[in-house]
Design a protein around this ligand. Structure first.
Ligand code: AMP
Length: 226
């Protein structure tokens, strides 16, 4: 039987991994797993996992490898796992990338690095707001709501993620430079490693990503003899 395919999106905080992962998942019907979202949900719902990670996340630090790797492992190796996963936010350091490689009996990994300069990424994060009710995302610099602080769709209050506060953003970038940037070097040069320019409108990036995924799909169909 063909192995599960895992397309993982790399990139600095604010590079657009979550946005692109959602677009691809919708367009191709793939299962999207964001480790950050799983952890934020656990915090919101007051689950034991959430209680363990809340303070670490709010400080902009990385949660322990064991916890996040388990979130990924249980999903991608499940007997009823979907054919393709889009991962965003994992791997975040070289030990996590090595862990993913060690799941090689179950999965084939494809890596897309969304490249974006730090200055641009910081602006995206510090301007980001989300609707407390419907979850729609805005940016005060690039895509503001019509009425300041109010959601255009449902009229609820817009909030800032705690880890998008200026001091926390600085810490997230320090962690990114130290721990996550080396993950790109870990993968670069492999045949399944791709780069896209993240300094463009989300639609433009999405169309390049879709072309890439279409070519992977034809490669997979050929290998599976479809
Ligand atoms: P994100 O939404 O991907 O920016 O993740 C938000 C936060 O969740 C990060 O700042 C980390 O505290 C935590 N987190 C998400 N993914 C990972 C991961 N793969 N390893 C460690 N911590 C993570």
């Amino acid at each position: 039987m063909a192995k599960t395919k895992v397309i993982t999106l790399l990139g600095a905080p604010g590079a657009g991994k979550g946005t692109q992962a959602k677009i691809l998942a919708d367009k191709f019907g793939y299962k999207h797993v964001s480790t950050g979202e799983v952890l934020r949900d656990a915090v919101r719902q007051g689950k034991p996992l959430g209680q363990k990670v809340k303070a670490v996340m709010e400080a902009g630090e990385l949660v322990s490898d064991d916890l996040v790797s388990e979130i990924v492992r249980e999903r991608v190796t499940a007997p009823d796992a979907p054919r393709v996963f889009i991962l965003d936010g994992y791997p975040r350091n070289v030990p996590q990338a090595t862990y993913l490689d060690n799941l090689g009996n179950y999965i084939d990994v494809y890596v897309v690095d969304i490249k974006l300069e730090e200055e641009q990424a910081v602006k995206r994060l510090s301007g980001r707001r989300y609707c407390s009710a419907c979850g729609k995302i805005y940016n005060v610099f690039f895509s503001p709501s019509v009425k300041d602080g109010i959601c255009d769709v449902c009229g609820s209050q817009l909030l800032q993620r705690k880890d998008d506060a200026e001091e926390v953003i600085k810490e997230r970038f320090r962690v990114y430079r130290q721990q996550t940037a080396p993950v790109t070097d870990f993968y670069s040069g492999r045949p399944n490693f791709f780069e896209v320019d993240g300094n463009r409108e989300p639609d433009e990036i999405a169309s390049e990503m879709s072309c890439l995924v279409n070519s992977l799909e034809s490669q997979w169909s050929t290998a599976e003899g479809v």
